[in-house]
Design a protein around this ligand. Structure first.
Ligand SMILES: Nc1ncnc2c1ncn2[C@@H]1O[C@H](COP(=O)(O)OP(=O)(O)OP(=O)(O)O)[C@@H](O)[C@H]1O
Length: 432
């Protein structure tokens, strides 16, 4: 019936405005009342000022005169934090917490169960058992989302807490400024007066000795005062070159938890949920297709959905499998233009520390075969070359060998997280 309302509104409101503002609303019906849920204030204002009258009239027409309607903000996106807690910097420390990232919209899967449990425990217990909490994993897997969720949850339960989210790069910049302006004492005090410090991407501290030293003392000060410290890093901290060993060791004092790339089923769920929040329903076959194509990074999944939505919006096309394949092919073409088979071979060989001649040669050693198969897989995925052409570039191999490698890798990538991470790192190097 809501679909009928949307259709009815087309008589008064341009279709693109309906798609942009009204279709994404969530609709909930309780007895004779229809609640429309907007994802944020901007949408709420827009609907109230421009469209609500027409929407109410359409609801009465389609559902019946006895139906009333209202519009409000979608609950899961707005934790109940008081105005003051959200906006007033306490002790001159802005919380920098992004209220869009909350536990409610973090999707759980095998790859992040422990990270989520640890984050919840940290957020919901006044003196968490494991402090500091360190979350590590490669890009786009939800580390920042969890940091903000922790911050939001703490402020929801106790608005008086001084919670501060900070990207490590900002910390470094602020410190450089403090040195220049001879205001180090103020800088020290600032971060020592928080009750929860959420610090993102600590790998940025590598080789910045002075920052590490200052952070080390702040970190100790907070832990001794039983304040929460939650940190993220793009890899296992011990593997970060250029981080002092005493800091590395201190980072591991609480609990160190990995977040892995999501498995296939979780990617499907994430795609469907995210599409819902973008205001459209993703058919199963489309979700399965995208989940298969993009298998390492949730930010990429979001990017694919936004691209799809924007294209469908401007062309008026329905998002089905054929259209999705066409659009995503365009998306991947960007990479095709800059990535060559030779580049893939060189980068993969370098990544796995094997000689290019070995990668292209006849060796059947597992340590060579796996990188070779992955390079073949990437060549097929990231370039326009055919199986025979790729076979030719890999020391004159038959196209069936490349086909076999592709299938094998496809199968392994859907279940092997380490391999996914390797693949992602190679792709990053190729496109950086
Ligand atoms: N489990 C999840 N459920 C819902 N959304 C997720 C999940 N994991 C990640 N996302 C979304 O994916 C995007 C990227 O996540 P996020 O920024 O937290 O990644 P990250 O691990 O911090 O990456 P980086 O190291 O590059 O900063 C965000 O929009 C986030 O909301």
């Amino acid at each position: 019936m809501w679909e009928h309302c949307l259709k009815r509104l087309e008589a008064e409101i341009p279709k693109n405005e309906i798609l942009l503002w009204i279709r994404p609303l969530e609709v909930s019906i309780e007895s004779n009342h229809i609640s429309l849920l907007a994802s944020n204030d901007v949408v709420l204002d827009k609907i109230e000022s421009l469209y609500f009258k027409s929407i109410s009239a359409a609801i009465k027409e389609i559902f019946g005169q006895g139906y009333s309607s209202s519009i409000k903000i979608h609950k899961p996106y707005v934790p109940e934090i008081t105005e003051q807690a959200q906006s007033t910097p306490k002790n001159n420390i802005p919380s920098n917490i992004d209220h869009r990232f909350v536990f409610d919209n973090f999707i759980e899967g095998r790859s992040n169960t422990i990270a989520l449990a640890a984050a919840l425990q940290t957020a919901q217990t006044p003196n968490p058992e494991f402090n500091p909490l360190l979350l590590y994993g490669s890009t786009g897997l939800g580390k920042t989302h969890l940091l903000h969720s922790i911050g939001n949850e703490i402020l929801k339960n106790n608005p008086d807490e001084v919670v501060c989210y900070l990207h490590s790069e900002i910390y470094v910049n602020e410190m450089v400024k403090a040195i220049q302006q001879k205001s180090m004492e103020l800088f020290k005090q600032k971060y020592r007066s928080v009750t929860t410090l959420l610090i993102d991407d600590i790998q940025f501290f590598a080789r910045k000795e002075r920052t590490q030293e200052e952070f080390f003392h702040t970190f100790n000060y907070l832990l001794e005062g039983q304040k929460r410290v939650i940190i993220t890093c793009d890899r296992y901290p011990k593997e970060v070159n250029g981080l002092e060993s005493r800091l590395k060791s201190r980072l591991g004092w609480g609990i160190v938890v990995p977040i892995d790339p999501p498995d296939y089923e979780t990617r499907v769920v994430i795609l469907k949920e995210k599409a819902k929040h973008l205001g459209f329903t993703l058919d199963d076959d489309v979700a399965f297709y995208i989940a298969k194509q993009l298998n390492s990074n949730i930010r990429e999944l979001e990017g694919a959905l936004s691209t799809l939505k924007a294209n469908a919006f401007f062309t008026g096309k329905k998002i089905d499998l054929t259209y999705t394949k066409q659009i995503l092919k365009e998306l991947f073409k960007v990479n095709h233009q800059i990535v060559s088979v030779e580049n893939i071979q060189k980068t993969t060989a370098q990544y796995y520390n094997v000689k290019l001649s070995e990668l292209l040669g006849k060796s059947r050693k597992r340590s060579i075969v796996r990188p070779r198969q992955l390079a073949m897989y990437l060549a097929k995925d990231l370039t326009d070359k055919s199986y025979p052409e790729i076979g030719e570039s890999f020391g004159g191999r038959d196209h069936t060998t490349v086909l076999h490698a592709y299938k094998k890798m496809d199968e392994l990538l859907s279940e092997n997280n380490d391999l996914n991470e390797d693949k992602q790192k190679i792709v990053n190097k190729l496109t950086e």
